[in-house]
Structure formats: structure tokens, C-alpha cells
Design a protein around this ligand. Structure first.
Ligand code: SF4
Length: 463
């Protein structure tokens, strides 16, 4: 029987920690930051014409699993689309099962980057799920919710009869979406210690990444971009809502020769005066790009530097060198942009000496912030395949919080050694007298200083 769906709930499910579900990855946040899931943001615009859309953020509003279920049942939604990820898969599926048991006619759809690889398996093992969304920007979700089943619908894997129907073909490289309903999200409560101004929220201009770094879920997913003239109406809407700061949540915002320059030029010529930050790959930044980014309000760039050992990065298909990273950080510094460097510890093949090289590189670059993550066997990546084939991870490992502990035991270093090295990395980066002094001098107000200090303490406490 086809049930007509009128009301759709976009749900960020509850959790026992402050989880961030970022479509490509999920983790518990250590410092004081919180932003919405990009898939839910995009879906709010995509479904807005055909349905009454509601948003519930159980993490932000600290709603327990029981209270969340009660509220959903009270809302009488025809469909619930929840965002998920490896950090919370178990509890998210438990909530889906409870909802299905209480109201079987509600369509339940899961959304996450991992579902492109694991969607079928998840549907097979979890009868509460009706569908898995593998591409949140595809408008065919609307047809699915309206009950259409006569043809394979793009962007979804769903039950039909006794089997599953999956998307066919490769989606277009370019996609457009209607303006997301940012007004349905509690953006005044979002927090970002890197932000220069509040309120802030997230905007997505591309999904996935064209590079294929062997350890990265975004690279495994594929790459799709929005044209600039589709992004501008969203920015104008955010301006009217009073949003002042944007986090561009693209895995790599700066890909390509002209797209980010075109975006920045348009922001400048239209007088869209946001302050903003975003992710970049060190290979993609040029003098011209950085200068336009600065003109358009960019103040901080997040760089995937990963390791101080060039050979290790080559092994994982990321031919970025320490020298190139240094030149890029210098370029950004010259233009007055702040930099955050991402580093990974514990990749198979990494020795203690290599990890120490990484820590030394992080300390020697003029970075404002450094983030040291454990290598994780992300679903869909070559790293995961190798880790499974070689028995470096348990074969059924599909739930983890990447910020909690090392998960891969390849024999190059023990997980305990990796944990210790991470602690050492964080302390030696943040507690250097030269770094502390630089940060004190940069604080623009007492409040700024307190914020910086409390975030640093939060990071250190967790190590
Ligand atoms: S460049 Fe960055 S986002 Fe892209 S695949 Fe590599 S690590 Fe992932």
C-alpha cells in the first residue's frame, strides 16, 4: 500500500555525546563547535515545495532518545529522514526500529556518505529502514516519497516488493538545488570557535572530492559541484536572514582553476559581505585564488597536510610534500589568512620516526591550529579494504568514533603508541611558548582570549 506523505521530518538523531554528522564522516566534537548536517540542510530546500518540512536536531537541543521518539510520534510525520554515520549508526538504527515498531506506516530513510557502499547491507539487516539516501542532492527523493516505484530512482537504494532497487548510472558532475530552508534550523545556536562573527551556518558547494587519497571517505565517494549561479541565491537568502559567517563544508572547496574565483568575484560584486572559512588541498591554492578568497571575506583555510613523511603520503595516493605544505601555509600567511592543518597519526606503514616527523612539521609551520586525528578505516576507502584483508581491524567494524581511539593495528605501531604520540603532538603544538605568545598577541578582546583558552583546554583535557 502506498501512503501519501505530506509531512517530512529531517532528523539529526540523539546521542550520548555532542556528535557532528558531516555526511562523509561523523565524530564527537571536542572543542566548542557545532553545525548542522549538510545533507539535512540541502534536503530542507529540495523537499520544501512538495511537502511540509520539519527539522529536529536532537543533539543541539539535547533531546533524549525516548523524548525524540515521543515527539516524532506526536508530529505524525509521513516520512522521517535521518542523518547518520559510523559514530552513531547503532543508536540511530535502534531509534529507527523503535519508530517503525510504533508507527509502521512512516517511511524511514537514512542518509550518509557510507550508504553508497553499505546501503544494501544495511537495508538487508534492518527491516525498519525503507530506503537509504546515497545522494542527498538528487531531486528523485521527492518522487520516492510521493510513492513512485515504476523505475529505479536516482540517489536512493530502496525496498520494492521483496528486493532492493538501486540507482543506475553515474549522476551528472554538476548539480543544482533549490535554496535550502536555513530558517528551519536553529542557526543562532550553532557554534564555531574559528568563526569571526555569529550567527554562522554551513553551505555546501560540492559533494565528495576529485582526489583519491586512500584513507579518505570523501575521495571514495566521487565528486559533484554546484554552479556558482546556483549558490548565489542561497547566499543572498542567508544575508537576509542575518547570517554573518559561513563555513563552506565542501571536502575541498578550492578544486579547479576558476570555480572558487568565480564564486569570490560574485560575492564581492554583489556585496555579499560574509566572513568565512573552508577546506582546501595544498595543491590547489594559487596566489590569485587566495587573493580572491581574502577579498571575498575568507579568514581561515583548513589544509589537509596529513603527514611529515612524503613517502607515506605517496603510498596513499596523496603526493603532497612537506615542502609544498610549507609554501602553501606561507602563501596563506602572506595574505593574512589563518590556517588550520589536519594531520593523521597511525596510518599503516607509519613508524614512530615518521610520526615524530609529522609532529615536527606541524610545529615548524606557521599554523594557527593543528588537528591530529587517528587513521580510520573509513567505509569505501582502499585503506579499509587493505585493513580488512590483512586483519588489521575486526571484520565487522562499522561503528566507531574517530576521535576516541586508534582503530587500526597494523603492527607498525601499537594503538597505545599512536595514542601517546597524539597526546604528545597536541601538547607540543599548543603548549609551545612561542605559540602561546603568538595567540595572546592575536586575541582581539578578552572574550576572544577566553574562547581561545577554553577551546585549547578542552582539546588538552581529552588527550
Ligand atoms: S584531498 Fe582531502 S578531501 Fe580530497 S580525497 Fe584527499 S584527503 Fe579527502
Amino acid at each position: 500500500m502506498i501512503i501519501r506523505v505530506k509531512d517530512v521530518l529531517l532528523l539529526n538523531p540523539p546521542g550520548d555525546k555532542q556528535y557532528i554528522r558531516d555526511f562523509h564522516c561523523s565524530f564527537s566534537s571536542k572543542a566548542d563547535y557545532y553545525w548542522p548536517s549538510p545533507d539535512l540542510v540541502v534536503l530542507s530546500g529540495l523537499l520544501d515545495e512538495a511537502f511540509r518540512v520539519g527539522v529536529m536536531d536532537a543533539i543541539l537541543d539535547k533531546i533524549s532518545a525516548g523524548a525524540c521518539l515521543e515527539r516524532i510520534l506526536r508530529g505524525r510525520y509521513g516520512a522521517v529522514i535521518f542523518t547518520t554515520g559510523t559514530a552513531t549508526l547503532k543508536s540511530d538504527l535502534a531509534l529507527a526500529a523503535a519508530l517503525k515498531a510504533a508507527r509502521p506506516e512512516t517511511k524511514i530513510v537514512a542518509s550518509a556518505g557510507i550508504l553508497k557502499f553499505e546501503g544494501r547491507r544495511l537495508l538487508a539487516g534492518h527491516p525498519a529502514l525503507d530506503a537509504c539516501l546515497t545522494d542527498y542532492a538528487d531531486p528523485e527523493l521527492e518522487a520516492y516519497l510521493r510513492g513512485e516505484r515504476g523505475r529505479p530512482l536516482r540517489g536512493l537504494i530502496y525496498r520494492n516488493g521483496g528486493g532492493f532497487v538501486a540507482s543506475e548510472g553515474t549522476p551528472e558532475r554538476e548539480f543544482t538545488v533549490p535554496v535550502p530552508r536555513h530558517d528551519l534550523f536553529a542557526f543562532r545556536k550553532f557554534r564555531n570557535p574559528v568563526a569571526r562573527r555569529l550567527p554562522f551556518t554551513v553551505v555546501v558547494t560540492s559533494i565528495g572530492c576529485p582526489y583519491r587519497c586512500g584513507f579518505c571517505a570523501a575521495g571514495a565517494w566521487g565528486y559533484r559541484t554546484r554552479p556558482v549561479d546556483n549558490i548565489l541565491p542561497e547566499l543572498r537568502f542567508l544575508g537576509r536572514l542575518g547570517v554573518k559567517e559561513i563555513l563552506f563544508l565542501d571536502p575541498t572547496l578550492t578544486v579547479g582553476a576558476g570555480r572558487v574565483i568565480e564564486l569570490c568575484r560574485s560575492m564581492v560584486s554583489e556585496g555579499l559581505r560574509f566572513t568565512w572559512s573552508g577546506n582546501a588541498d595544498v595543491r590547489t591554492l594559487t596566489e590569485e585564488k587566495v587573493s580572491w578568497m581574502k577579498k571575498a571575506g575568507c579568514h581561515t583555510v583548513f589544509l589537509g597536510i596529513e603527514s611529515g613523511d612524503d613517502g607515506l603520503l605517496k603510498r596513499y595516493g596523496k603526493p603532497v610534500t612537506a615542502d609544498r605544505a610549507r609554501r602553501t601555509v606561507d602563501l596563506l600567511n602572506r595574505h593574512g589568512l589563518r590556517t588550520l592543518g589536519y594531520f593523521i597519526l597511525g596510518l599503516p606503514g607509519e613508524t614512530r620516526d615518521m610520526a615524530l616527523k609529522t609532529i615536527a612539521l606541524a610545529r615548524s609551520l606557521k599554523l594557527d591550529i593543528a588537528s591530529f586525528a587517528f587513521a580510520t578505516p573509513d567505509i569505501g576507502t582502499p585503506l579499509r579494504e587493505e585493513a580488512m584483508a590483512r586483519g588489521w581491524i575486526p571484520p565487522d567494524l562499522d561503528v566507531w568514533d574517530s576521535t576516541e581511539r586508534p582503530l587500526i593495528n597494523s603492527g607498525d605501531m601499537t594503538p597505545r603508541e599512536v595514542e601517546k604520540l597524539r597526546r604528545r603532538a597536541v601538547r607540543s603544538f599548543y603548549l609551545r611558548p612561542s605559540y602561546v605568545l603568538r595567540k595572546l598577541l592575536q586575541a582581539r578582546s578578552a572574550a576572544d582570549f577566553v574562547r581561545l583558552a577554553s577551546n585549547a583546554l578542552a582539546l588538552l583535557k581529552k588527550k
